[in-house]
Design a protein around this ligand. Structure first.
Ligand code: HQG
Length: 180
């Protein structure tokens, strides 16, 4: 993806996860879908970016984390995870692997050990199935620390887990006793 597409993709994340009103659109509550045409028109109205269906398709297809999806006829588009707005993605509960990982910054470690992992501004706590992904997530925040999450044990004790279409594991919270 070239530089302009990276910026445009970040802007798409802002709209489709956090702030659709930035371009004067709304997301459907069920499924978090935006109308593709409204999205394109809304982005073009900002005068910051020029976008059309071809560019949007290229961003969706080339995104390194497969962050976005179209519906079947491409009349709607959404982010696969990461929302802070109140939407229902309709995720089905799924049995997690025995261990998941959470990458974060060292400066958050004491607070996390005391309070557990909280969803902060998002709808869920985000967990990764491999250390490499967790390290990329954590490095965004500062000096990396990776927590091992005893997800299998959490699940046996009744905690619910979901997995987004792009493979991010989600749960409501991780109490300190399930962190290593
Ligand atoms: C931390 C990216 C103090 C938590 C990634 C994290 C992900 C606490 C930060 C997705 C805490 C929240 C989400 C506590 C949690 N005390 N700090 N009790 N509990 N935290 O960005 O997981 O690239 O909302 O460790 O790939 O970093 O944007 O969550 O550091 O999947 O597509 O609070 O965002 O996806 O930060 O990242 P975030 P995250 P994209």
């Amino acid at each position: 993806m070239n530089q302009d597409f990276t910026k445009l993709s970040k802007f798409l994340s802002l709209i489709l996860r956090h702030s659709p009103s930035t371009i004067g659109i709304e997301l459907e509550y069920h499924g978090a879908w935006a109308d593709t045409e409204e999205l394109i028109n809304g982005i073009n109205r900002t005068d910051k970016y020029r976008i059309n269906m071809k560019i949007l398709e290229e961003i969706v297809n080339s995104d390194n984390k497969q962050r976005y999806s179209f519906n079947d006829d491409k009349s709607k588009i959404r982010a696969n995870q990461g929302h802070s707005v109140d939407v229902d993605m309709g995720f089905a509960e799924k049995i997690p692997p025995e261990i998941l990982y959470h990458g974060t910054a060292e400066r958050f470690v004491n607070s996390i050990l005391a309070e557990g992992l909280k969803k902060m501004s998002r709808q869920y706590v985000h967990l990764s199935c491999d250390k490499e992904t967790a390290s990329k997530v954590g490095t965004r925040h500062g000096k990396l620390h990776i927590f091992k999450v005893l997800s299998g044990e959490m699940h046996r004790q009744g905690y619910k887990f979901y997995c987004s279409d792009n493979g991010v594991w989600l749960t409501d919270c991780v109490p300190p006793s399930f962190l290593e």
